[in-house]
Every structure is written in C-alpha cells, then in structure tokens.
Write a new protein. Structure first.
Length: 605
C-alpha cells in the first residue's frame, strides 16, 4: 500500500521518501527499524531534556545501565554469543551480569530492568538441558509480574527442524505475557547465525543507548567485522592436515566408523575434554553435477556467494558454499515466491502442513528441482535463497595433554536409501570416501562448558556412550590418565557385534588393566537372539550404580537423543526409584537436582 497525505500523518515529501525506502528493505532491516523507532519514541516522551553520562531519564524513571544476560546452550553457540554480547556491552559502558539459566537465582528476576536472553532450541523444539529449570519456573504459576522489565531474545535454531527457534519464541512470548516490554524485537537465527546475531546486538545496544551521552560513537563497535579476527574460529577456520584416517570396524560389519586424526600445529587452537570440533565440508561433486544437469545452467557461470559480493563459478559454489541435501520450510516458501509452479503453491497452502512435512522428509534439492522445477530467472536468483553450508560438529575423541597439536574424531559414515535414491551424509562420507592423509579440512573448536568432567578429580564418573558416542569418553580417560586423576570411572558401551564393532577395544582393555578405567559394561545388540542395549546393562547393575550416585558420582551421556539418550534417562529414573525406594516424582526430582548441580550432563544429537 502506498502512503499518501490522505491516509497517513505524513506530509507529501515524507510520504514520497518512505514509499521509496520501505520496498527496498529486507525483513531484518524492517525489524531493526521497528525496534529503533519504538526506543526512539520512548526517549522522545522523556520528562527530562538532559541525561547524565551513566543514566537516561525515561517517563520519569531512571533507565538503568545495568544489563543481565542469560543463556541456554546445549553445544556452546548461545553461550558464545552471550559472552560476545557481554563484551560489546561492557565496551559501550554498560554494567553486565552474565549467567547460564541453570545458575541464575530466579528470585533476582524481579530486580532486573534490562534482560537479554540468548537461547538455542534443542532436538524437536526442546529447551537445552541447562535451561530446563528456568524455563519451567518462568512458565509456571510462581513466575512474577515483570512490568518494569525491558528485554530482548536472540533465538538460535535449525530451520530444517519443524519447531525452528521454538524455545526462544516461548521465552519471548512469556516475558511479554508477564508484563515485560521488548527493547528490541526477537531475532531468529539459523545455523549461519553470525550476521543476524550481529544485527540483533547492534539493535539492542542502540535501544539501550538512546538518549545517553556519547552513545552514538559507541554503537558501531557492536558490528565489528569478523574479518578483523586474527585467531582461528568459527568464522575464520583453520585448515588442518589429515594425519590418519582409519576404519575402526572389522570386516563384515554393517557399520563404517572412521577414526580421524588431524594436526593442529601452528593453529594456536586449544580444547578440553567434552568440547567439539566443527568441520566445514564440501558436497559430493556427483550430486552437484546431477543437479546442474537438471537445472540446465552453465556450471561456469559466475554467482555471488555472500553479502560481501564474493564471486565464484556456479558449480564450485554448489560444492563448497551452499547446503543442497536438506530441504527447509523457509527454502520451499522462498522458492514458491520465485516460481510459477502451481503444485508448489498448493503444497504451501494452510491445511497442508503435514503433507509439506512428509514431503521434506528424506528429500534434497535435486528431488525438489525434479518435482517442481527451478526458480528465478537466473542462477544468481536460484542460489540467493539457498542456505549457507553449515559446519558439522563432532565430539572430540582425544585429550590435548595426551596428543599435543592433534585432535581426534570418531565419525560414523551415513548411507541410506530414500525415495528411490542412495543418500549420503555430507561430512561423514567426505571423511569416509574422499579424505586422505595429507588433505586438509577447514575446522574450528566448539567449546562446550555443559559437558565437562568434575572439577574435583576424585569424583567418580559414570559414562554412557554407545556407538560413536564413545568419542568424548576416550578424551576423558586419556585426560585422566595424563593427570593421574584418582576418581573411579565406569563406562557403558554398546554396538551391534563384539567382533566387528567394539570401537577402540584394545585401548579400553589397556585402561582396565592399568586401573584408569575402573569398570566397563558392554552390550552388543545383534550377538544374541534378544537385543541387549546399554540401558539393559545399567538395570542389571542398578544396585551398584545407585551406590555410586549416592557417593557423588557424575553421569555423562553421549549419543543419539531421540532413542538412546531418552531411554537411558528413563532408565536412570527407574534405578533411582527402585534402589532409593522413592516415588517416581521423587526420582525425577533426584535426577533434576543432579542436573542442576552439573552431576548429570549430556552431549546428544
């Protein structure tokens, strides 16, 4: 709708300026402008014309320069962004308190005037583990009125999942329901979160700084270019040389698990047991060539691959820069706007949500193009809505103290059939089929403070890691061997067959012999008529396991969240209920208390 003097409060010159500006803005810019105008209006209604250096007056009330940042993070991304926000805010003269939601004392919530939340969404719309208690409190009857609160939410997620950024959306909505006022609109970030997170922080600082002396010069610091970074990081990955690439499974196994050793020499990168390694992979060139054949575009045509205008040939960009193996709802919606395909528009109509969800399952970009055709009038328009290639995270399987200047990974090759075609995991098959010693991989360290050994080395630990979930516990034990930690250790490991799938068998046997590993229970599901899993071994050892818990043992779980981790969680509750002679509710509370005190930690995917 065009603005006119007759339908708006603007004069002709203002209306013409707005009509020329608004159509050129993208969604992010509109959100930022909305927040800026809201904050500006608040300041314009101020009852005081003057503002001291550390405070501004708004509506007769002091606007505090104190900011609280709470984060909820499963893998460390939200925590890293929260810490970056704290640093930038302090650089702009704010007094910042930062805490994980699990460590935050909820009674202090009513005292806060400025609250920033950085939170990821885990699994199928679930809050991260270190968010559960605060999430429950805020959505419960005991949640206080927050009419004096100004807040903003940075939500992280993965648009390939149905409940994208769900936890952030829930917090944003609930804080409003409790009376809070947004100082800047919620920003929902996909896996490539750097630019939107930077825009959110810039908007937040602008809103917080409105009317404060000296704020104008300080705001641009929030948007410092990632290109200025000198250390290796997520946005500036290190090219690590491959030292070893070994298949751990024996001949005849149904699985293919690769042990990868990479050199960190010259990188300056460090990590602790429990951290992860991010790898930026490349797409299978055969899949890219099939896609290009279907598109019938020139593989050597040049396209822009980022906002900085970097140019690359179409084929190379589809191999290196864009994700082509996952169909997100956002991609399909944007493609429909650029396409004249009526069947595609029908798929997106209200009431067809389940049909759309079913279509996305197990299909990739090649399927989509074959079913609905390409979109846009050029290769540039086609790639403009593709999601950037996200990094793949793997739990680190080695200790830096045991292997200086190296990092080891345990990667299971993903191969399956779907809709009449063979499918391959992007990164896992790169490592399994196309990676040789001497090759290099772009990598970075993903620190994860939510999966760490006890600070007291005498604390006993129980580790549950079937399949590739064994990776971080190899790191734990190597580290404990090097540090000569005295606490007892108990490992539960499971896979399909003892003969072919006992990952790192000789190492575990050595550690059992030397006493670094106190106890080990294994479950090989396909070696017996009745399938046996790690949770079955835990039940068999329930009395001793509960005794370890009573003596302060910490429990760690790594692996598949949907099935294994869920079953192990329920098994722990069963064991506590049975051996502790508790009600089911009391057993749940026991485990929740362990989680709150960092005695129950999970690295699940």
């Amino acid at each position: 709708m065009q603005l006119q003097v007759s339908n708006s409060p603007f004069i002709q010159e203002q209306a013409e300026l707005l009509n020329s500006l608004l159509p050129s803005l993208n969604e992010t810019q509109k959100i930022w402008l909305s927040g800026y105008l809201t904050a500006s209006l608040s300041v314009s209604n101020s009852s005081s014309a003057e503002a001291p250096v550390l405070e501004a007056q708004g509506g007769g009330k002091t606007i505090s320069k104190e900011v609280t940042i709470l984060y909820g993070s499963q893998t460390g991304n939200a925590q890293g962004l929260a810490e970056n926000a704290a640093s930038k805010l302090e650089g702009n003269g704010f007094q910042v308190t930062i805490s994980s939601m699990s460590d935050f004392k909820v009674n202090n919530l009513k005292k806060i005037e400025n609250l920033l939340i950085a939170v990821s969404t885990h699994g199928e719309g679930d809050p991260p583990d270190n968010t559960l208690s605060f999430h429950e409190y805020l959505h419960g009857r005991r949640a206080p009125s927050l009419e004096g609160l100004r807040y903003s939410v940075l939500a992280l997620g993965d648009s390939s999942y149905e409940f994208f950024c769900e936890t952030g959306k829930q917090f944003d909505k609930r804080l409003e329901e409790l009376g809070g006022t947004r100082l800047f609109p919620r920003m929902d970030c996909d896996l490539d979160y750097d630019e939107p997170a930077s825009e959110w922080l810039e908007g937040v600082i602008s809103s917080l700084s409105e009317g404060q002396v000296g704020s104008a010069a300080a705001v641009p610091a929030a948007n410092a270019s990632v290109g200025e970074q000198t250390s290796y990081s997520r946005t500036n990955p290190f090219k690590a040389e491959v030292l070893e690439n070994i298949n751990l499974n024996g001949r005849g196994s149904n699985k293919e698990t690769h042990h990868l050793e990479l050199s960190l020499e010259g990188s300056g990168l460090t990590f602790e047991p429990g951290d992860s390694l991010g790898i930026y992979p490349k797409n299978d060139s055969d899949l890219v060539d099939m896609l290009l054949m279907e598109l019938d575009w020139d593989p050597e045509e040049t396209v822009k691959v980022n906002k900085q205008g970097e140019l690359r040939q179409l084929r190379e960009s589809l191999i290196s820069d864009f994700e082509i193996t996952v169909l997100t709802k956002s991609l399909i919606e944007q493609a429909a706007q650029l396409s004249g395909n009526e069947d595609l528009k029908e798929l997106l109509k209200p009431g067809n949500e389940e049909r759309l969800k079913e279509y996305r399952e197990g299909r990739d970009l090649l399927d989509f193009v074959r079913d609905f055709g390409s979109w846009g009038e050029s290769a540039q328009e086609f790639v403009s809505i593709l999601r950037k290639m996200p990094a793949r995270l793997y739990s680190i399987a080695s200790s830096l103290s045991a292997y200086p200047d190296e990092v080891h990974l345990t990667i299971g090759a993903v191969r399956y059939e779907s809709h009449g075609r063979e499918r391959k995991g992007v990164c896992s098959i790169l490592c399994a089929d196309r990676l040789q010693p001497g090759d290099v991989l772009p990598i970075y360290i993903q620190h994860n403070q939510n999966f760490k050994q006890p600070k007291n080395p005498d604390t006993p630990i129980i580790m549950v890691g079937p399949g590739t979930g064994i990776a971080p516990f190899r790191s734990f034990i190597q580290d404990r061997e090097e540090s000569e930690a005295k606490g007892k250790t108990w490992l539960f490991f499971g896979d399909q067959h003892f003969v072919t799938d006992f990952l790192y068998q000789t190492e575990w046997q050595k550690w059992l012999k030397t006493g670094v590993l106190t106890k080990m229970d294994v479950a090989f599901s396909r070696d017996t008529d009745e399938k046996v899993y790690v949770q079955d071994r835990m039940r068999e050892q329930s009395e001793e396991l509960y005794e370890w818990l009573q003596k302060g043992a910490a429990v760690y779980i790594c692996g598949d969240e949907k099935n294994m981790a869920h079953d192990v969680h329920n098994t722990l509750i069963e064991i506590i209920e049975k051996e502790g002679n508790m009600s089911h509710a009391d057993a749940q509370a026991y485990l929740e208390d362990m989680q709150q005190n960092k005695r129950y930690q999970r690295d699940v995917y």
